[in-house]
Ligand binder design. Structure first.
Ligand SMILES: [Zn+2]
Length: 275
């Protein structure tokens, strides 16, 4: 699950007067959110293509102030939003889950994206599960979030529901494999990536990835393919940064974190500064 960084509300106040968004509610903040973390579902990572809905981490029905609290906002597709519903009703529930905006934890290390070919040729599915190497200090949070939004659901389990998240993830996986193979054909020297043709290919990879979404799929497929090809053994992370981390807005991942301004004391990325 792509970790995302939103600026603290204090930074937002400097460019958008507080009175502005208490009056216009979260619709005004939604625009700022799109610019900061990109138009992708914060949970399944699909590109939202103009129909992004502001998602409240904690239900606004629980506490009216949560409706306009910046740190309570993410973006969600209709499937993740409806699955999640109003399940996080109580303030005490917040800490039961892993949130992609929680900058004290790394949601990208908590999940594993993998290719499930067990149903035979033509029926493969790109799936997501809690990573066996997820930090143990995260406890049940990764599993709880997976269940909360139903990320591991595919239509074979629930054919009556028009839930295409697994289908879209699978399609993207296939495209990513093709492009990773193309890139692998350029060989294992860094100089090869500065060649004109490789540069065009990289532009194409970035354009395709950012228009489809599923950051975690691209990261997983490219890391595996480039590692398998013995390419850039010391620089794969640098290439992933260039391809996917810096091009998906607001991605908060590894070395990329140093690119952000110092994080204010007490800022956690969660509602109410909760940890
Ligand atoms: Zn979603």
């Amino acid at each position: 699950m792509r970790p995302v960084y939103r600026e603290p509300q204090t930074a937002l106040d400097s460019v958008l007067p507080r009175a502005h968004y208490t009056v216009y509610s979260y619709h005004v903040l939604g625009g700022a959110l799109l610019r900061q973390i990109g138009e992708y579902c914060s949970y399944c990572e699909v590109a939202l293509a103009g129909n992004a809905a502001v998602e409240h981490i904690m239900s606004k029905s629980q506490d009216a102030t949560l409706e306009t609290e910046w740190d309570n906002f993410l973006l969600a597709c209709v499937n993740c939003n409806s699955r999640k519903g109003a399940k996080t009703e109580k303030a005490s529930d917040l800490d039961d889950y892993l949130w992609p905006c929680d900058i004290t934890r790394d949601s990208s290390s908590a999940y594993q994206y993998y290719w499930d070919a067990s149903a035979g040729v033509g029926n493969e599915v790109a799936r997501v599960r809690v990573s066996p190497t997820a930090p143990t200090t995260y406890g049940d949070r990764p599993a709880n979030t997976l269940a909360l939004v139903g990320l591991d659901i595919d239509r074979s389990q629930d054919p009556a529901v028009p839930d295409r998240r697994a289908d879209n993830r699978t399609t993207t996986w296939r495209v990513a494999v093709r492009l990773a193979n193309d890139l692998a054909s350029f060989g294992n020297t860094l100089a090869a990536y500065d060649g004109e043709l490789a540069g065009l290919l990289i532009d194409q990879i970035v354009a395709t990835a950012t228009s489809l979404g599923f950051w975690s799929v691209w990261m997983t497929v490219f890391r595996a393919r480039l590692t398998q090809a013995g390419m850039l053994t010391t620089s794969i992370d640098a290439l992933l940064l260039r391809l996917f981390v810096r091009t998906f807005p607001g991605t908060y991942w590894g070395a990329n974190q140093a690119a952000f301004a110092p994080i204010p004391t007490g800022h956690t990325g969660l509602p109410g500064g909760r940890t």
